[in-house]
Design a binder for this molecule. Structure first.
Ligand SMILES: Cc1ncc(COP(=O)(O)O)c(C=O)c1O
Length: 369
């Protein structure tokens, strides 16, 4: 284990979660589809004790993030489980420009009085620190969805830690290949493994990785009690996806940077947001805390919502669809999605995939024209 920890993340992604491998064993963990097991061993019922397939996925992602991993049915089930552990009335500081589903959870829990959510601009470090007094939990997302904003992970985790506040970080956009929140001082990292980790737009899955045993136990308890368990096939597919995550990421983020550069010079494009561009306000911070700028970018088309919509419908190779992180490039008029009215009008989100960059560019240019 210790020897493996010293391996680079690209290698850990390939190697972790395989078991010792006796002669005749399959190279990868087999898909175990089981709800219950013969009595008399440590594993009897899947919801309580897990399955070998979940464990293999959890071991691999846990090793990459540097903590104890608990897989859930979806990214949202993971986020809900974290919030479920909090006492009634707990104050949660969270980003107001961030993933829609988590913001909605904050609204619902705030309206019912179960939680006391306080929204902040997570990229404004001073404003976040000013909101921390009296808080129980700080929820960070960086890069943010869909504005690709960058929050100061280490500073925020340290300020929260000094005040005894738990820090939870949604690492979906970066993955542990590009950014390791637990090393930066956060208590729990969460993911929608539906996205880059699965990587093929064919599953829903979530995972939380806790630095301390106490948080891992709490989250395992919520998973058990609410039944928000992962599917066997989904966990198996996600582990299969994880094996190629490093190479997919390398290709996807190189293309994302190239497309961001070209889009920012296009006469029909108003503004491009990508942390790899030097004019992005979080560029230097991203350079410091990430091992790459990621696969997601956003841009505004001149002419507002109607032009953005027309562009998303005009692409031929790229798919006009929601979600992100798969091998296929997706485009979405994100500002038109219900619940995203606060975004700049006509904001288009691009999830860059593995296609040849020149084919993608030709498609974007034609659609812009
Ligand atoms: C940053 C982020 N976190 C969490 C989620 C929720 O994940 P899931 O759709 O797997 O529930 C998403 C989904 O888009 C996301 O983008």
């Amino acid at each position: 284990m210790d020897a493996e920890r010293r391996l680079r993340p690209e290698t850990v992604a390939v190697k972790a979660g395989r078991g010792p491998g006796a002669p005749g064993d399959p190279l990868g963990p087999p898909l175990v589809m089981a709800s219950n097991f013969h009595a008399g061993a440590e594993r009897e019922y899947a919801r309580t004790d897990g399955t070998p397939t979940w464990r293999a996925f959890e071991e691999a992602i846990g090793e990459l993030e540097g903590g104890d991993a608990i897989a859930f049915s979806t990214g949202m089930a993971t986020a809900a489980a974290v919030l479920d552990t909090l006492p009634v009335g707990a104050r949660v500081v969270y980003p107001t420009v961030s993933y829609l589903g988590v913001r909605r959870l904050m609204d619902v829990d705030g309206d019912s009085g179960r939680l006391d959510p306080v929204g902040v601009d997570i990229t404004d470090t001073g404003a976040v620190i000013a909101a921390l007094d009296g808080a129980d939990l700080l929820w960070i997302e960086t890069p943010t969805n869909p504005m690709v904003g960058i929050a100061d992970l280490e500073r925020l985790a340290a300020e929260a830690g000094d005040r005894g506040i738990t820090t939870v970080m949604d690492n979906t956009f970066a993955t542990p290949l590009l950014q390791r929140p637990l090393e930066a001082g956060c208590d729990v990292a969460v993911h929608s493994a539906t996205k880059l980790i699965g990587g093929h737009s064919d599953l829903l899955l979530g995972v939380a990785i806790a630095r301390e045993e106490e948080w891992a136990q709490r989250l395992r308890g919520v998973r058990h009690d609410t039944g928000a368990t992962p599917g066997g096939l989904e966990a198996w597919l996600a582990l299969r996806g994880l094996r190629t995550l490093p190479v997919r990421l390398e290709r996807m983020q190189a293309t994302a940077l190239e497309l961001a550069r070209r889009l920012s010079q296009h006469p029909e494009v108003e503004q491009v947001v990508y942390p790899g561009l030097t004019h992005h306000p979080g560029h230097e911070l991203a350079q410091r805390q990430m091992d790459g700028f990621g696969t997601m970018l956003a841009f505004m088309v001149k002419g507002g919502a109607a032009r953005a919509d027309a562009m998303c419908r005009a692409v031929r190779l790229i798919t006009n669809a929601t979600s992100l992180g798969g091998v296929e490039t997706l485009i979405e008029n994100r500002a038109a999605a219900p619940g995203e009215e606060h975004l700049p009008e006509g904001l288009v989100r691009l999830s860059v995939g593995c296609e040849h960059p020149e084919d993608l560019w030709e498609d974007l240019e034609a659609a812009l024209g």
